[in-house]
Design a binder for this molecule. Structure first.
Ligand SMILES: Cc1ncc(COP(=O)(O)OP(=O)(O)O)c(N)n1
Ligand SMILES: Cc1ncsc1CCOP(=O)(O)O
Ligand SMILES: [Mg+2]
Length: 226
């Protein structure tokens, strides 16, 4: 699905935000720029509760992600992910928090191929349960101060190292930027999830390229951008 030879399991995971990207044009322009900069995954996270807006924006993003061969992950909403899949979009996945519905049921409804991620906060037991219920990746955090979700419970970086034995890609979230990404990656996170560092300023493509360069430096690679 993704053009990155390492697939969706490693790299930058951008998450949209209804405050930073308030209208369709801003959302689509910024996501297109982020995809050009090089993403492993893109998540549509919209808390508006406006079904028409959510369908309109999700279909546009699904089409964009398909063009870039990057999976689109739908936050919170199993029904929306299913509806997109049934409309013929490829590479549509789902991210569920602890209060967003049953992961096992979502896995059954979306099928074995779908990417489904789970929020595990600072708890390995939640990650083990998510794995047993069919999660494709487990997300921990927040690891650093976050203006997007300041109330998210804090987690220690050591948790990422402890979670290595799960054998699933580990996502680090919460205050991930070009500086903090280093520590999260070194602690073991394969995927670095970020809202503000990606979408919190102008020239989103340059911001993503800079983040990817930081990740490449950590790994001693020359470049991870496409
Ligand atoms: C990759 C990733 N990790 C964690 C979250 C947080 O999910 P959740 O706890 O359900 O909180 P909301 O995002 O729904 O506010 C996430 N969205 N993505
Ligand atoms: C959704 C979510 N869950 C835990 S922290 C967070 C927000 C991440 O946003 P930012 O990268 O701007 O800190
Ligand atoms: Mg949620």
């Amino acid at each position: 699905m993704t053009t990155d030879p390492r697939g969706w399991q490693r790299g930058l995971y951008a998450i949209t935000d209804g405050v930073l990207l308030p209208d369709d044009h801003t959302l689509l322009t910024a996501c297109d720029a982020a995809l050009r900069g090089g993403l492993a995954l893109l998540q549509y996270r919209d808390k508006s509760g406006d079904d028409a807006r959510r369908w309109r924006q999700a279909t546009s993003l699904a089409s964009l992600c398909q063009d870039h061969a990057v999976p689109l992950i739908i936050n919170d909403d199993t029904a929306l992910a299913l509806r997109l899949r049934d409309a013929g979009f490829a590479g549509v996945g789902l991210h569920l928090g602890q209060r967003d519905g049953e992961l096992a049921e979502a896995r059954q409804r979306l099928g074995v191929e779908a990417l489904i991620g789970a929020t595990c906060h600072a708890r390995l037991d939640l990650a083990e349960r998510a794995k047993a219920e069919g999660a494709s990746y487990v997300a921990f955090g927040r690891f650093f101060a976050s203006r997007t979700k300041p109330e998210a419970p804090p987690a220690p970086l050591s948790l990422l190292t402890e979670a290595a034995g799960l054998g699933l890609p580990r996502v680090a979230i919460g205050g991930i930027d070009a500086h903090t990404a280093t520590a999260a990656r070194q602690a073991g996170a394969e995927l670095l999830a970020s809202v503000e560092a990606v979408f919190g300023g102008s020239d989103v493509e340059a911001r993503v390229r800079h983040l990817n360069q930081q990740l490449a430096l950590i790994e001693g690679e020359h470049d991870v951008t496409p």
